[in-house]
Design a protein around this ligand. Structure first.
Ligand code: MN3
Length: 202
């Protein structure tokens, strides 16, 4: 059976400083994301064992854990690549088709960020803000998801996800989620977001 593994971070833990402290990145990647991977592997084993016995109750119970921990694994795997150190393009505004789509849908990058933060900041408890592509309506949209619910469950293709669980910012920003959301754009890897957008169009 497939064993899921923790992807390597594409930069050093302290490379996003001063926007995100190295201590946060290390805990977030090596403890939190790693925990989702470990529990996803346990849950898929439980599911397979239950399925082998036609134990539907056991299968349903395992599915809850697969959705949460699998969602955590999917979301963080996207999140790490959505960010980049400033000397590697982090914060450099998008160009090309993605920039055109953002301008068309939201007016400008600044207005997009304002709307994104306006929707993501008030998420109650833990969750994620997403920029997604809707293949049906052929447009960009901003969606807030609770817990670790992966965006794909809404039918959208994930392009950019911002983690607003407290573990993503609390050590540095304390209760000031809006400050974290204001700063994070300085390390957004728009090149990665644009690649995801262009792949979604195909
Ligand atoms: Mn997280």
């Amino acid at each position: 059976m497939t064993k899921y593994t923790l992807p390597k971070l594409p930069y050093d833990y302290n490379a996003l400083e001063p926007v995100i402290a190295g201590e946060i990145m290390e805990l977030h990647h090596s403890k939190h994301h790693n925990g989702y991977v470990t529990k996803l592997n346990e849950a898929t084993e439980k599911y397979a064992a239950a399925e082998a016995k036609s134990d539907v109750e056991g299968m349903c119970a395992a599915l809850q854990a697969i959705k949460f921990n699998g969602g955590g694994h999917i979301n963080h795997s996207i999140f790490w690549t959505n960010l980049a150190p400033q000397n590697q393009g982090g914060g450099t505004p998008p160009e090309g088709p993605l920039a055109e789509a953002i301008n068309k849908e939201f007016g400008s990058l600044e207005k997009f960020i304002e709307k994104f933060n306006g929707k993501t900041g008030p998420i109650q408890g833990s969750g994620w803000g997403w920029l997604g592509y809707c293949p049906e309506k052929k447009c960009l949209c901003i969606v807030a998801c609770a817990n670790q619910d992966p965006l794909v469950t809404t039918g959208l293709v994930p392009l950019l996800g911002i983690d607003v669980w407290e573990h993503a910012y609390y050590l540095q920003y304390k209760n000031a989620r809006p400050d974290y959301l204001k700063n994070i754009w300085k390390v957004v890897n728009w090149k990665n977001v644009a690649e995801r957008y262009e792949a979604a169009l195909k």
